[in-house]
Design a protein around this ligand. Structure first.
Ligand SMILES: [Zn+2]
Ligand SMILES: [Zn+2]
Length: 366
């Protein structure tokens, strides 16, 4: 095949299928044959047009949770990345520049260049194939490439990106460890993977909040190791956390809910002095009124925003899927062919409800 097929987001809620030339590889880059691409809340926000002031704009090929097989690779890239043609790999969403202040400090996921997959360069930037909603993706010379085991089913393996996020947010940034009490607000894909991560890290209490629409997801959370679940439509989550912890409150609260602000304010009331509130849910560009600054100051509460994962958390995610992936299979709820891309995004956004709760949604080219 000399052409790649891609779903291009031309305007909000408007996908068009287009063909692109598959680029020749140079000595330091490669082309990936996409096996699958995972979707997350960011994909839904992007489709709605909420990211128009951020990232590469439109027309763009979305898909930042990309995995597949190395189709062609230049000799220098092969040596540097330690992969060869035919190898199964996952790529990190961000392409670090290697030279900005954050890159040289090792915090390359905050790279100032804003280069990456699915969200950054639009199709006008050569060679156009910058996203996973396609049969092929171009691999830039500075792509962060992780070799994957060959034996793990496709849908389970695509959890590597969201699981790497959960590991960074809960374990690396949240510092959840043995005996910790953690509250996870929002039982979506990332919230549920955060439960599995907190359990693996040794948390003693894992409390998960959700709404009345989340009954199935809260049950999944309990199966993955949550010690308590709270339906916020029926009870006050702050009061319940006070009760569950004998007034000790949480060491860490992770907000992975999207759109709504109440969980942020509740998180500040659920966390103990010196505790940490980790914010990972996008709020549709809304601003928050009523932030109790004095309480944050007086109780030395840390409020931290997180976006992405990194090399170490990605490798940890690959190991966790290899060793205990079976427990995570229940999260893989939907898989769509590329031709059904709009259904995939709408299912993720709960616009299409088929009786089977959408948790982890994947797109495959064939
Ligand atoms: Zn994502
Ligand atoms: Zn950089």
């Amino acid at each position: 095949m000399t052409k790649a097929l891609a779903a291009v987001l031309e305007a909000p809620k408007n996908f068009q299928f287009r063909e692109f030339n598959i680029p020749e590889v140079a000595e330091d880059d490669a082309v990936l044959r996409v096996e699958a691409c995972g979707l997350c809340g960011t994909d839904y926000d992007q489709w709605l047009g909420h990211l128009k002031d951020w990232g590469g704009g439109m027309p763009i090929i979305p898909g930042h949770e990309v995995m597949g097989f190395i189709e062609r690779i230049g000799p220098k890239a092969s040596k540097l990345w330690n992969v060869k043609e035919g190898d199964r790999v996952a790529i990190e969403p961000i392409i670090p520049c290697g030279h900005c202040e954050d890159c040289v400090r090792g915090a390359y996921t905050r790279c100032h260049a804003d280069l990456g997959y699915g969200l950054y360069q639009n199709t006008k930037v050569a060679p156009s194939l910058w996203g996973g909603y396609a049969t092929h993706t171009y691999l830039h010379p500075r792509t962060m490439v992780h070799k994957l085991p060959s034996s793990i089913p496709t849908d389970l393996m695509t959890l590597v990106n969201p699981l790497s996020n959960a590991i960074r947010w809960v374990y690396e940034i949240g510092k959840v460890g043995m005996g910790s009490t953690v509250v996870i607000e929002g039982p979506g894909q990332r919230g549920l993977l955060a439960v599995a991560t907190a359990k693996k890290a040794g948390a003693a209490n894992i409390i998960v909040t959700g709404t009345g629409a989340d009954t199935g997801r809260l049950a999944l959370a309990a199966n993955l190791g949550a010690t308590a679940t709270i339906n916020v439509d029926e009870e006050n989550p702050v009061q319940r956390v006070i009760k569950l912890t004998d007034g000790q409150l949480a060491d860490v609260v992770l907000d992975v809910s999207s759109g709504t602000m109440a969980p942020v304010l509740q998180a500040i009331d659920m966390v103990k002095r010196g505790g940490r509130v980790v914010l990972a849910g996008l709020k549709g560009q809304n601003k928050l009124n009523g932030l109790p600054i004095d309480k944050l100051v007086l109780s030395e509460i840390e409020l931290v925003g997180v976006l992405s994962a990194g090399w170490q958390s990605t490798e940890m995610a690959i190991n966790m899927i290899r060793e205990e992936g079976a427990a995570l299979q229940a999260l893989c709820s939907h898989s769509f062919a590329l031709a059904q891309v709009t259904d995939a995004v709408r299912t993720l956004g709960r616009e299409i409800v088929d009786g089977h709760d959408a948790v982890h949604v994947t797109l495959t080219p064939s």
